[in-house]
Design a protein around this ligand. Structure first.
Ligand SMILES: CSC[C@H]1O[C@H](OP(=O)(O)O)[C@H](O)[C@@H]1O
Ligand SMILES: Nc1ncnc2[nH]cnc12
Length: 292
């Protein structure tokens, strides 16, 4: 029989979600990582006795744009503080008429069009290739779906999130192309975040919260921050309600992830032990501690 895991639920709050209310024993904690500093201190506490950690992705007050985020430090810091699973709360544009502003999408796939970011904890001195064929943990998806249904949030289960580099919004030609590709929503942050969560063997899921129709839409010739912010704050209130509902559902001691997210590195390392760089291994102390 395997040892049970006592979960600590990590939330990465996107645009509009800079704090969590209702936590017992609230404390903002500074975490340093071998990859540099995360976006901000991490808020720790408990909800209904379940340990929770929260990181505002862009920092409190939103000082950091998507391309300048230290995604490696963010994921490492969340694991270092003890998270066993990560739930991202993200603002997105909609690429489908049937996903209007205010709608939530439990995305299950990503197309990564980012190009100016560090995308892996591994590299020269310790090479690893993990599978991201299924980047979202279905167990977290089930819990988020039940919570969304329970509190009456309009949602869709399943969808593809196109991750663009930004910070500018898309051109109309790009937006139309992504629609042809069958993408559902568009944003700037969930890659390489989801890939890094997989490398760090953390279960990961995103609740994508639609703020606007991207510029493909006949009624939305331009996306503007003003337009986005109008919807952002009511979405953020729903997201905070979602957190309160999903945490108790995920809090019980559990078996290892049935989808294997927490064993992603089992067959990923390819560098021979005698060729591994000790400095690199030292940096991987938390991310890859189970296999090194
Ligand atoms: C303020 S709209 C653009 C911004 O919002 C999304 O970020 P996040 O996923 O952190 O909510 C989007 O990806 C852009 O970074
Ligand atoms: N239309 C859009 N494009 C990219 N990122 C977004 N975040 C919110 N709306 C967006």
């Amino acid at each position: 029989m395997s040892d049970l895991i006592t979960p600590m639920i990590g939330f990465i709050g996107g645009s509009g979600v800079y704090d969590l209310d209702g936590l017992e024993d609230r404390k903002w904690v500074k975490i340093r990582t071998p990859w540099g500093d995360p976006s901000d201190e991490i808020l720790t506490g408990a909800l209904h006795g379940v340990r929770v950690a929260f990181l505002p992705r862009h920092g409190r007050g939103h000082p950091t744009p998507p391309s300048a985020l230290n995604y490696r430090a963010n994921i490492d810091a969340m694991k270092r503080i003890g998270c066993t699973e990560l739930i991202s709360l993200s603002a997105v544009g909609s690429l489908k008429e049937e996903l209007p502003p205010g709608h939530f999408v439990l995305v299950d796939q990503f197309i990564d069009r980012t190009f100016a970011r560090e995308k892996s904890f591994f590299g020269t001195g310790c090479v690893a290739h993990v599978s991201v064929a299924h980047p979202v943990c279905p167990r977290l998806g089930d819990a988020l779906e039940t919570a969304a249904k329970g509190i009456g949030i309009p949602y869709t289960r399943g969808g593809t999130y196109l991750v663009m580099e930004g910070p500018q919004f898309s051109t109309k030609a790009e937006s139309l192309l992504y629609r042809q590709w069958g993408c559902d929503v568009i944003g700037m942050t969930n890659m390489p975040e989801a890939k890094l969560a997989r490398e760090a063997e953390l279960c990961y899921a995103t609740m994508a919260m639609v703020t606007d129709f991207d510029c493909w839409h006949p009624d939305h010739d331009h996306v503007t921050v003003e337009q986005v912010v109008k919807v952002l704050f009511s979405n953020a209130d729903k997201a905070r309600a979602l957190v309160k509902s999903v945490v108790p559902a995920l809090g019980a001691p559990r078996d290892p992830c049935p989808a294997g997210c927490d064993r992603a590195l089992d067959h990923a390392l390819i560098t021979a032990p005698e060729k591994r760089d000790p400095d690199m291994l030292a940096k991987l102390d938390v991310v890859a501690r189970r296999v090194l």
